[in-house]
Ligand binder design. Structure first.
Ligand SMILES: [Zn+2]
Length: 134
């Protein structure tokens, strides 16, 4: 039997082949090499961009962030609380009961934030009504 001193095309390890046209030391290397070649040629043909893993569904956190921006209260403590609640609602690990509680407190915080935003005039009117009568 004739032996041939070869180097594996894939892992470049020297090996002793028993056939003159052997190019790989193992069949695994041959399979990997073929797969690699297929991938390379595919990459050359069409450079399709990989889709980002982000889902198209807008999260609660995103809408709360937008609402906070709209109200201009991003630096307030209530905004931070609302965001924390929103993240908890978005968290897949949050259980149903905890999520319901978070949604309730988030709605409350958002309502308070909205009142702070445009409730000043009304509050001032009530105060002036109360004191301006005398
Ligand atoms: Zn090899």
């Amino acid at each position: 039997m004739t032996a041939y001193d070869r180097e594996c095309l894939y892992c470049h390890k020297p090996f002793t082949a028993h056939s003159s046209n052997a190019k790989f030391d193992t069949s695994a290397c041959r399979a990997r090499w073929r797969r690699k070649k297929e991938r390379d040629s595919k990459a050359d043909d069409s450079s399709e961009p990989e889709k980002p893993p982000v889902a198209g569904v807008s999260s609660v956190t995103d809408s709360v962030l937008a609402e906070i921006e709209r109200l201009g209260v991003a630096s307030s403590v209530s905004a931070a609380l609302a965001l924390a609640a929103a993240r908890g609602i978005d968290d897949v690990d949050t259980g149903g009961t905890a999520k319901a509680a978070l949604i309730r407190s988030l709605q409350q915080i958002l309502a308070e934030l909205r009142n702070v935003d445009d409730g000043d005039d009304e509050l001032a009117k009530i105060i002036s009504d109360d004191t301006g009568d005398g």
